[in-house]
Ligand binder design. Structure first.
Ligand code: NDP
Length: 448
């Protein structure tokens, strides 16, 4: 952990005092503030305008009751959240997460990260995040639908295509977005396509949105490797998770000639030396909503493990694509010992601060999630563009746009890192470049 400039230390202390018990939020703020030491030294106007204090306080935070009835007639009460963090660059934009671990601190950490990620895309979107402690695992479609309808019955009054545009995240995919959209349309009597992204292709969704986060992460890794004249082709890759981000990261890595040999879920991990069969993984996870044990049972050389973790599997590229703080210091040491050359975060903040230090001290190329996984929200913004113009683009065209956006995100991070004397430091580059864009817009808007 680096020391903070006294002004930033004071801001951080206020964040700690005002938001007790929100460890992930503290972690996310601390990481950004550490990168800003060099910025405040050159730009006193940001300190004079209290920009950093304002950035750490959400514009609006919503918490509400979500009652629903299960298939047996039992009533359940969940908690819904929406944190509208910053709208300096555009309407609040960020996903909804359904997972039992969701609480206000988690949503705030995700919303805070989202501000910077969205700025890095160069597209006009502010930052927000939401979700619920509802666990969709093991629930019937009808139960998920009733839950989504109940959540939207409160959420609808706070969102809109020019206000706040939610999307998916952990536990929220095409099925959930469909139910949420249906209820929004019913309550408001408006076919407002741009109010949600991640929609199905039959009702205003964008090609490549499903693939975008995983694809974008691998494109970012490709660009990082190119700075050292290296390629993905022929390299061993491991991925954590086996959800939306993980599946399409594996697919893009394979398209670029890499060999993806392992992935995981919350029940363990699979090693498949023949290379992960992405079509089978999609079938098991997306269609059957099954487990990795089901995948292993259908592949002759695949082995399923519940001891240890996926980071022990030797690989040159590691793509953490499951959840926050899933890759700790010990895992980072294991990766380094096995000769890893690059780590790109598909998930949000999957590496602990300790892990990031170990990787960077060992000269491993490291891409923080707010840069590497920005392809998802960028393609959501492309979905909003298509909705606004009542248009829909072809897959190849949309994928080319995504590719170029990720090349630009990489360039912004690299250039800011160079300008502020930290070449190759993508964490600093991502934080500095995005912060300055948001900060300048906030200064222009006055004290609001
Ligand atoms: P999914 O729900 O599709 O998949 C999540 C995967 O991670 C599953 O394999 C799940 O395993 C595993 N996982 C989730 N929580 C845990 C946990 N606590 N411990 C171990 N494994 C866990 O989510 P996504 O793929 O959409 O999201 C993954 C990450 O990417 C998140 O950090 C999300 O914020 C981030 N992200 C997602 C974007 C998107 O477009 N979807 C955009 C940008 C970032 P299991 O099935 O066993 O629960």
């Amino acid at each position: 952990m680096n020391d903070l400039d006294p002004t930033l230390q004071c801001v951080f202390q206020t964040v700690l005092d005002r938001n007790p018990g929100e460890a992930e939020f503290h972690q996310a703020v601390r990481e950004v503030l550490e990168s800003l030491n060099v910025v405040v030294a050159r730009h006193p106007e940001y300190v004079e305008g209290s920009i950093i204090e304002r950035l750490c306080e959400p514009e609006r935070q919503l918490m509400f009751r979500v009652p629903w009835t299960d298939d047996q007639g039992n009533i359940h009460i969940n908690r819904g959240f929406r944190v509208e963090f910053n709208s300096a660059l555009g309407p609040f934009k960020g996903g909804l997460r359904f997972h039992p671990t969701v609480n206000l601190g988690i949503v705030k950490f995700l919303g805070f990260e989202q501000i910077f990620k969205n700025a890095l895309t160069g597209l006009p979107i502010g930052g927000g995040k939401g979700g619920s402690d509802f666990d969709p695992k093991g629930r019937s479609d009808a139960e998920v639908m009733r839950f989504c309808q109940s959540l939207m019955t409160e959420l609808y009054r706070h969102i809109g295509e020019y206000t706040d545009v939610p999307a998916g995240d952990i536990g929220v995919g095409g099925r959930e977005i469909g139910y949420l959209f249906g209820q929004y349309k019913r309550i408001t009597n408006r076919y407002e396509s741009g109010v949600l992204t991640g929609k199905g292709l039959s009702y205003g969704g964008s090609q490549v949105r499903t693939e975008a986060t995983g694809y974008g992460t691998v494109i970012f890794a490709r660009e990082m490797l190119a700075t050292r004249n290296l390629e993905l082709s022929g390299r061993r890759v491991i991925v954590s998770g086996s959800g939306n981000v993980a599946i399409y990261a594996a697919q893009k890595a394979q398209q670029l000639g890499a060999q993806v040999v392992a992935c995981s879920d919350s029940g363990g991990y699979v090693v498949d030396e023949d290379g992960i069969d992405v079509d089978l993984l999609r079938q098991v996870k997306e269609v059957d909503r099954g487990r990795l044990t089901d995948y292993a049972a259908q592949r002759p050389r695949a082995t399923h493990h519940t001891e240890g973790n996926v980071w022990q599997v030797p690989a040159e590229i590691a793509l953490p694509c499951a959840t926050q703080n899933e890759l700790d210091g010990d895992a980072a040491k294991a990766l380094v010992a096995n000769g890893v050359i690059a780590v790109a975060e598909g998930a949000n903040m999957p590496c602990t601060p300790d892990a990031v230090s170990i990787l960077t001290e060992n000269d491993v190329l490291f891409a923080p999630g707010k840069a590497a996984n920005a392809g998802g929200v960028a393609t959501s913004a492309l979905e909003m563009q298509q909705n606004a113009s009542r248009d829909s683009w072809h897959f190849d065209h949309t994928e080319q746009r995504l590719d170029q956006i990720m090349v630009d995100v990489h360039k912004r991070c690299a250039e800011a890192a160079d300008t502020y004397g930290q070449p190759g430091n993508y964490v600093a580059g991502a934080n500095i470049s995005s912060f300055m864009q948001v900060a300048d817009a906030m200064l222009a808007h006055g004290v609001i």
